[in-house]
Design a protein around this ligand. Structure first.
Ligand SMILES: *Cc1c(COP(=O)(O)O)cnc(C)c1O
Length: 489
């Protein structure tokens, strides 16, 4: 592992082509299933046109999420074998604490079983009824925990954040003018903390800059407001700072990460993302904050030295956190995503730009302008893409939204198909396959129709809801696939 050399992560070919090269080798593999298109159609039908209800046995590439699906290193697997099974005072926890101190610069550590458990402890400790929590963007579980404790999320992102086409390097920035206005309106007493999410999950892993964080820090400090960093996706945010913020061009990842975390009072993370394991943690250098939170950990999670995690996960996490300062590791997803987005963008497909750090996002309204939002273009595109490719993506649009009190859909701001890029899981030929099948689908986009619910759960309907096609468009798509690809899968 190398923490401060600038490895080239893009290699120029003799032909002049620039591609992201895999700087790791595959040592454990899992067989994939690329079913014929007719079987994919049947599987999608059986799953109620909801990609959450597909099974691994019917998937070629699973791009649903990066949560708990990342590849671990040999060092991580090795560390799991020497874990210390002690209920209290485990040596594994001491190693995790050391890793958090060395890599994230935080001394006091509370282990939790995953990211949302950290949010439970933080929200319960600091939020009281009537409070507001300003942030650059919300995450689903974050918002739920703030709501349930009587608080309200105020999203104060910049005008760039939701633009589909943008060249802005830091769409995850917090809008400082809006923060000033929020502090003036509510007063510091009703703002338990400002939260910055690095990088922003729901808007595609878009990062914020170090300068933005410094400015937020200065303003919160001036008003005595705590600053909380959600560092679940921090590796990619740090990588983008090095790539896109000139001041940090020659800085080491280690130094950028340490400065970044030092600008906050408290950090927390989901290890399902950062460190490529499971679990999570809260960390701080302020003993007063640690003391206020610590009693909730044995109550909700487990003793203070395991927090609901297996000691094997804790060992893997300690190693995974140290690997977060390796350029070749944190650059892998962003460079593959950039490759995919650039390819699709230059072929005229409607994609979100610039490329973020979590996955590729396809603009379903641009892709399917003939499908009304009430027929769920993002859900229809996710279903059509699975039929065309065996690749599973996630709907991020109106299906993920809710209905109003009259039973009408609240239409989402954006209709996106998200194709997550788990860390170091796929190869470039697989990414090329994704691009190829998307281009085929785009050329045949007028064949794709809408969806309607047949079984709609009252809460979180996107997880378990079942839908059907509004016409026989899936069968027509299958027929066209056969005409164009012959016997090919
Ligand atoms: C995934 C995620 C969470 C929640 O973590 P879980 O481990 O899924 O509970 C919180 N914040 C961000 C930014 C995330 O990406």
């Amino acid at each position: 592992m190398n923490d401060d050399s600038a490895f080239p992560t893009e290699v120029k070919f003799f032909s002049g082509e620039e591609i992201p090269l895999e700087l790791h080798k595959v040592r454990v593999v899992q067989k994939l299933h690329l079913r014929p298109v007719e079987e994919r159609h049947r599987a999608m039908e059986a799953a109620g046109y909801n990609t959450f209800l597909l099974h691994t046995r019917d998937l070629f590439l699973d791009m649903l999420t990066d949560s708990g699906t990342n590849a671990m290193s040999d060092q991580q697997i090795g560390a799991m074998m020497v874990a210390d099974d002690a209920y209290a005072g485990s040596a594994s926890f001491a190693r995790m604490q050391d890793a958090i101190r060395d890599v994230l610069g935080m001394k006091y550590v509370l282990p939790v079983h995953q990211g949302r458990a950290a949010e439970n402890v933080i929200s319960k400790t600091f939020i009281k009824a009537g409070d507001v929590v300003p942030m650059n963007y919300h995450f689903t579980t974050t918002k739920a925990h703030i709501d349930i404790n009587g608080g309200k999320v105020l999203e104060i992102y910049t005008d760039e954040a939701l633009k589909i086409k943008s060249a802005h390097p830091f769409k995850g920035n917090l809008d400082l003018k809006k923060l000033e206005a929020v502090i003036a309106e509510y007063g510091p007493a009703r703002i338990p903390y400002v939260r910055m999410e690095a990088s922003t999950n729901l808007i595609g892993g878009q990062p914020f800059s170090m300068q933005n964080l410094r400015d937020v820090r200065a303003m919160t400090r001036q008003h005595g407001i705590m600053l909380v960093l959600d560092v679940s996706l921090v590796g990619e945010n740090i990588w983008f700072i090095k790539q896109r913020e000139p001041e940090f061009k020659n800085a080491s990842i280690r130094d950028i990460l340490l400065e970044f975390c030092s600008l906050s009072d408290l950090i927390y993370f989901s290890s399902r993302k950062v460190s490529s394991t499971r679990g999570g943690a809260i960390a701080t250098n302020r003993q007063d904050l640690f003391n206020r939170m610590k009693d909730l950990v044995p109550l909700y999670e487990g003793f203070l030295t395991y927090g609901g995690m297996s000691v094997r996960e804790i060992e893997a996490m300690a190693v995974g956190l140290r690997e977060t300062i390796d350029d070749t590791i944190i650059s892998q997803s962003p460079s593959f995503i950039k490759y995919l987005i650039n390819d699709l963008d230059s072929s005229g497909l409607p994609v979100v730009t610039p490329a973020g750090g979590l996955g590729a996002h396809i603009d379903a309204r641009g892709f399917l302008p003939h499908v009304p939002q009430t027929e769920y273009p993002a859900g229809a595109l996710a279903a059509a893409f699975y039929i065309a490719s065996g690749v599973r993506g996630m709907e991020r649009g109106t299906i993920s939204s809710v209905r109003d009190e009259n039973g009408n859909d609240i239409l989402a701001d954006v209709e996106l198909l998200r194709l997550a890029m788990p860390r170091r899981v796929f190869t470039l030929s697989q990414v090329k396959y994704v691009a190829d099948r998307l281009k085929w689908l785009y050329a045949n986009r007028e064949l794709i129709g809408g969806l309607k619910f047949v079984d709609e759960p009252k809460v979180l309907r996107f997880f378990l809801g079942r839908l059907t096609a509004t016409s026989d468009w899936p069968a027509k798509l299958v027929a066209k696939f056969r005409r164009d690809f012959g016997e090919s899968l």
